[in-house]
Ligand binder design. Sequence first.
Ligand code: NDP
Ligand code: MG
Length: 394
Amino acid sequence: MRRLSILGSTGSIGKQTLEVVRKAPSDFTVEALTCGSDIDTLFDQIKEFRPKVCSVENPSKAKELSQKLKDSGIDSEVLTGKEGNIACACIDSCDTVVGAIVGFAGLEPVYHAILNGKDIALANKETLVAGGDVIMPLIREKGVSMLPIDSEHSAIWQCLKGEDRDDLDRILITASGGPFRGKSRKDLENVTVEDALHHPTWNMGGKITIDSATMMNKGLEIIEAHHLYGIDCCRIDVVVHPQSVIHSMIRLKDGSVLAQMGKPSMVLPIEVALYYPRRGPSIVSEFDPFDAAMANLTFEPCDTDVFRLVKLAYDAGTKGGLVPTVMNAANESAVRAFLAGKIGFLGIEKTVFETVAKMEPLVGGLELTIDAICQTDKEARIRADEIIDGIIKT
Ligand code: NDP
Ligand code: MG
């Protein structure tokens, strides 16, 4: 039985994690749930799963929830702020923390969870992009498990099971190509927020959906795979596969290629992580190779001249240190500005490139610690916001 603390339980991954729990309640207990501000969804989850403690980042929303629980005679404790998230990640009664907060906000709770000996089921890729060089050594030092949830990394993990790591030649990470696959730079100039939120195969939270449209999601995943599987970024290839049936592949030294397949659903990779090293019950509908959607599985290269953030991510991941931290922070600021209608779609890329160019020389020699990562994240956001202000004025 896994005793879970689910950070970001009201989001797309959080809700699908609870779907897995709902299907097999005797295999799990829910010890803690957290969110940013969506207390209506959290209240319903608390009523159903009765965690000991929960946390709402927004303090006034936390107060409101606390009152609502009292009025309903439910005695879950309500915490707030960053500290609330960290406390939920560290409570004694949980053994596994599901990292499903979006963005850099997910890093510190996961870091503290590892320090406290918890296994980590990780969806929050920004944690590894911004802090992988601190997180992964800590995972090894504490002897806890890192259980990947991101579908590509789950696929790679499953393919690697039983293989000698020295036999791994390359990782072929698949990408749907997002809503703008096949578009030119000119086409991208005028795409709207609504266009960018319209993902062809996956239904996900807003930030990752925009990352999929810019293809930065694949850039982040290259760095995520580099940390998870100890492989240089230059040995990871992006394969655009619009049907999202093959979730990724590995190529071994002898030329054998192993792939993991399934319908595009996050429930299965979440289940794989939560039942590791065993297999759980059948929850998603059965894979049918004769389904019309399987008739044409196609593969094409990623056009990095159009989706330039992929190139930047390769470069940042290769340089390592705090450069990916800067890139990630700038991307978060830029995606937020795009979603708020402040900058255009290509303004995201401009913001990220310019922030990295400005800050790279400043972070070069810094020692890699959790404090340096947090400080760099803050500074990069300030720089990115300055660049965004400049874009808005022109
Ligand atoms: P969502 O936006 O749907 O959900 C994000 C969750 O994080 C919500 O519960 C939100 O609370 C919470 N949250 C946001 N900020 C804070 C904060 N400061 N403190 C505490 N909680 C916070 O995102 P997704 O579920 O789509 O993605 C989550 C992570 O998983 C991302 O890193 C993403 O890249 C990764 N991932 C997602 C996939 C998907 O299919 N969705 C696939 C693979 C990876 P509230 O609801 O109150 O705002
Ligand atoms: Mg993914």
